[in-house]
Design a protein around this ligand. Structure first.
Ligand SMILES: Nc1nc2c(c(=O)[nH]1)N[C@H]1C(S)=C(S)[C@@H](COP(=O)(O)O)O[C@H]1N2
Ligand SMILES: [Mo]
Length: 399
């Protein structure tokens, strides 16, 4: 109760700022569960605040798509997702935190944050997207966080190559998978830990990094401070936050989050069907684009309207983005703007000559360099993963 009083003295704006920028704030969230409801009311459940809250505890919130006119998504506007919320602060405090590397290695390592800084720093711009982004668009509905369009962002990540650490530890011949464990823990001990692994080939790829900075600033607590995995081109469920343990193994990680969750069927499942058939883990992202502006429901004046958005596709480049004003019967090419970087999203723009007053649906779809194109709707799967159907906004043109 004392804590609640303390919060009351801070202005709402500065309290929110702390929540998204630093450690102090998440202490607040951890210590004062009662504030969770207010997080929601402060941020608004509509796209009015910095983030759109989907679940308040643990805090799961998406970025309003209007942010996606900018190349980099600012840290305090970057979507937040975790299964149990951030770890107890003492576990990741600088004085206590260590990264342990073990398993099938010649030398087990224990590295402090300072030790990590002695490895060559690398910076990579990469899209991080929740594999459940767009789950809300599946029909029939799939249980889980009802993400719409904004469980994705593009940021500049700085850290060390995972490969450099693995080389330092020396891998044994049987090494095939690299398992990650973060410091976060479920509230109820019977709930499995969020333990995940990636295949060795992705782990030793020079672009797979352990990041301690996001957009040139220390990694915020909500995004995994002090260290998180970044697997460029792959879905965010491989991007383990609050990393403490790396285990080199012969086998994929065991447990719920590898064996049951984050899997997609290898043969089509009829809509509404059950999980349990043959499946593979969610890994690479697939081709996708979003319309950032105009926004859903916006009124625009007749005349040229700049339709802008972003497009990305895992490890492949974006080849083209197209816009349709007739429900997908015909498509016009959009112009790709800005530079193309591997793993980052590409911005695009289409000037729509809006003539007559009325209501219009604007659709977009992207195609990648491999020739993969966004479908009208993704095929239904029991986890509601990998949605990449055409994006769509409805706008009203006024005379
Ligand atoms: N330790 C840990 N890491 C985690 C998770 C988690 O629950 N615990 N959730 C994952 C999922 S499902 C997503 S979508 C991303 C979200 O990263 P962000 O909050 O920085 O956007 O973190 C991933 N890393
Ligand atoms: Mo996710």
């Amino acid at each position: 109760m004392k804590e609640s009083g303390d919060i009351g003295r801070v202005s709402r704006r500065s309290w929110l700022k702390t929540l998204f920028c630093g450690l102090g704030a998440v202490l607040v969230v951890n210590r004062v569960p009662a504030r969770a409801a207010s997080v929601e009311s402060d941020l608004g459940s509509k796209e009015s605040g910095p983030l759109t809250v989907r679940v308040s505890r643990p805090f799961d919130a998406e970025t309003p798509v209007r942010e996606f006119t900018s190349f980099l998504t600012p840290n305090h506007r970057f979507f937040v997702r975790s299964h149990f919320g951030p770890p107890a602060p003492d576990l990741i405090a600088e004085a206590n935190w260590k990264l342990r590397i073990g398993g099938l290695v010649e030398r087990s390592l224990e590295l402090t944050a300072g030790d990590l800084k002695r490895f060559e720093p690398v910076t990579i711009t990469a899209v991080v997207q929740c594999s459940g982004n767009g789950r809300a668009f599946y029909s029939p509905k799939v249980p889980g966080v009802q993400w719409e369009r904004g469980a994705v962002g593009n940021a500049q990540w700085t850290g060390v190559r995972l490969r450099d650490l693995l080389v330092r530890a020396g891998m044994k011949e049987q090494a095939r998978h690299v398992q990650f464990q973060g410091a976060d823990r479920p509230v109820v001990a019977s709930v499995p830990l969020f333990t995940r692994s990636i295949p060795l080939a992705k782990a030793i790829h020079p672009d797979t990094i352990l990041a301690y900075e996001m957009n040139g600033r220390p990694l915020p607590l909500l995004h995994g401070a002090p260290l998180r995995v970044i697997t460029p081109g792959w879905m965010a469920d491989s991007c383990i936050k609050w990393l403490t343990d790396i285990t080199v193994q012969a086998e994929e990680a065991k447990g719920y989050y590898m064996e049951t969750a984050y899997r997609v069927p290898t043969t089509p499942v009829e809509p509404g069907g059950a999980a349990g058939g043959p499946s593979i883990p969610v890994e690479e992202m697939i081709v996708k684009s979003l319309i950032a502006t105009p926004q859903e429901g916006e009124s625009v004046k007749a005349g040229p309207v700049a339709v802008q958005g972003v497009a990305w596709s895992g490890e492949a480049a974006i080849a083209k983005v197209e816009v349709s004003m007739d429900e997908g019967k015909t498509w016009e090419p959009a112009r790709l703007t800005g530079d193309a970087y591997p793993y980052a999203w590409r911005r695009w723009q289409y000037i729509w000559p809006a003539k007559a007053a009325g209501t219009y649906a604007i659709l977009c779809r992207a195609t990648d360099a491999r020739g993969q194109m966004q479908p009208a709707a993704s095929s239904w799967n029991p986890g509601g993963f990998l949605w990449n159907g055409w994006d769509r906004v409805t706008v009203t043109v006024t005379a």
